[in-house]
Design a protein around this ligand. Structure first.
Ligand code: ADP
Length: 488
């Protein structure tokens, strides 16, 4: 692809990296898309220093100017939507239709953050003393760092950077090594928009390099005030430990193990529709994808039979992710597909029934990372597909007999990101939504992510909220001014 930006974006300019190259490979066909000279610790420190200066410049920028820039970025993303979507598909293997959706999703975070910033107000709490007033001021927290994953290379940057910028902060992003090209393409949009609006072009940086080296340099800089991370629980723990001595604010959006509850009183067709959305988006590689299907015994067979029809149809839409009709592309890398294979093998060895799929799909001329959409029934909570996040196109189904059993099974994992409940009974819908120990609940909704909602998990799924007005709060510090007023 022509016009790919492969330089680092640091301190408002594009610079060539000074460390080992990072080779970006198309997971669909193993073609090398680009080679990026990585950033050394020294270059990462330079980015942190520029981020620190930019935080001061951003704080001085009037709110209306900030909001203008944030809105301009939403427009900039939309104007470049076709190119961004192509890059997303090339580097991640995401079907082009979904990549277009991700681009629009990314733009929506900028719109949302601008609106939230414009509406944000301070406070003047009623005073308990006649000669005192307390003014509560909102201030940006300063220089921030984001580390983002490969499954939403653009939208995860948007979810972190849009509220940071709208709140008046600067941010350095370290994208995943698998998918740095969308981040760099966005950097060129940012540079253009910042100059057009007259805002600091150093308020955003992208540093691509060895993850621990870059992360440590960014976290260690004395001006860094916050780390926002989306990725695995394992790496989240490492990063939280690195942030602790510096008492950095942290937002950690980590792994999940989402339950998908189907009650006998659900509209089965609707439940199947939402299951397809929840399970097979990006071939099951999103952190809120349903991982465990808990089905009420009396409707389990009916649900699975109807789901099977849809899954068999989906298997005909495996193919080159750049093509319009494709709904399933390759998994991100060999480790990902091997994990899926091992989960399916483990389940079958322990008594699960393979109803459909369960093997790699051959796609002429393309890589060996395509996996057939799969349904396993008769699963139980001890199997790997129930205990761990499969992160692939596998439905692992098991049954329950009562609402309380379903809730107990759903909550019996260390994770708490997303949970789903399918029922037509309004009382049950609310009861179960309240009982599920997860940060995001899809109630008859298989795709609950949206820019205006406070996204985030509980337990081993992390801490902090991103999106909506709470996303802005996460980059805002409150200060109060206690004012003595002389009474005449
Ligand atoms: P996944 O398993 O989905 O790739 P990871 O947690 O490994 O999730 O990766 C998410 C992000 O964290 C990526 O940007 C990756 O480069 C980064 N990362 C991985 N390991 C480390 C580390 N030790 N220190 C800092 N960042 C890391």
């Amino acid at each position: 692809m022509r016009d790919l930006e492969t330089r680092q974006y640091i301190g408002g300019e594009f610079v060539v990296g000074d460390a080992e190259s990072i080779v970006v490979v198309n997971p669909a066909n193993d073609a090398v898309i680009a080679s990026i000279s990585g950033a050394s610790a020294t270059l990462a420190m330079r980015a942190a220093e520029a981020n620190s200066q930019a935080a001061r410049d951003m704080k001085a920028l009037p709110l209306l100017k900030r909001a203008e820039l944030v809105r301009r970025l939403a427009l900039g993303i939309r104007m470049d939507a076709a190119r961004l979507a192509s890059i997303l598909t090339l580097e991640s293997g995401k079907p082009i239709l979904e990549s277009r959706g991700e681009v629009e999703y990314a733009a929506s975070f900028f719109e949302n953050a601008a609106a939230a910033a414009e509406m944000a107000t301070g406070e003047l709490p009623a005073s308990r003393m006649s000669d005192r007033r307390v003014l509560v001021l909102r201030e940006p927290i300063g220089a921030t760092v984001a580390i983002t994953p490969w499954n939403f290379p653009l939208a995860m940057i948007a979810r972190k950077f849009a509220p940071a910028l709208a709140a008046g902060c600067s941010q350095v992003v370290k994208p995943a090594e698998e998918t740095p090209l969308a981040a760099l393409a966005f950097a060129s949009i940012f540079e253009h928009c910042a100059h057009e609006v007259g805002a600091p072009a150093a308020a955003f940086s992208v540093v691509v390099g060895d993850p621990p080296t870059v992360a440590q340099a960014l976290i260690a800089h004395p001006s860094t005030r916050k780390l926002s991370f989306t990725g695995s629980t394992e790496v989240g723990r490492i990063l939280a430990a690195q942030c602790a001595p510096r008492l950095l604010k942290t937002a950690l959006e980590l792994g999940g193990n989402a339950p998908f509850l189907v009650f006998a009183d659900s509209d089965i067709d609707r439940a199947v529709e939402q299951a397809m959305l929840s399970k097979f988006r990006f071939m099951g590689q999103t952190c809120i994808c349903a991982n465990r299907f808990l089905l009420e015994q009396s409707v389990a067979e009916e649900f699975l039979a109807r789901l099977e029809v849809r899954v068999r149809a989906l298997a005909n839409m495996i193919g080159d992710p750049t093509l319009e009709f494709t709904r399933m592309g390759p998994l991100i890398n060999d480790a990902a597909i091997e994990k899926v294979e091992s989960h399916v093998a483990d389940a079958v060895a322990h008594g699960a029934q393979l109803r459909v799929g369960g093997r790699r799909a051959e796609v002429a001329g393309l890589s060996r990372r395509f996996y057939e959409p799969t349904i396993l029934s008769n699963c139980d909570p001890t199997m790997r597909c129930s205990r761990e996040e499969t992160f692939g196109p596998v439905v692992a189904a098991m049954t329950f007999h009562s609402e309380s059993e379903a809730i107990t099974m759903a909550n019996a994992v260390p994770y708490g990101l997303a949970g789903y409940v399918m029922t037509q009974d309004a009382d049950r819908l609310l009861r179960v939504a309240e009982a599920l120990d997860f940060g995001v609940i899809g109630a008859n909704d298989g795709a609950p992510s949206t820019a205006e909602a406070p996204f985030g998990g509980r337990k081993d799924s992390g801490l902090g909220k991103e999106g909506g007005t709470h996303g802005l709060d996460a980059y805002t510090d409150l200060k109060y001014v206690s004012l003595r007023v002389r009474n005449c």
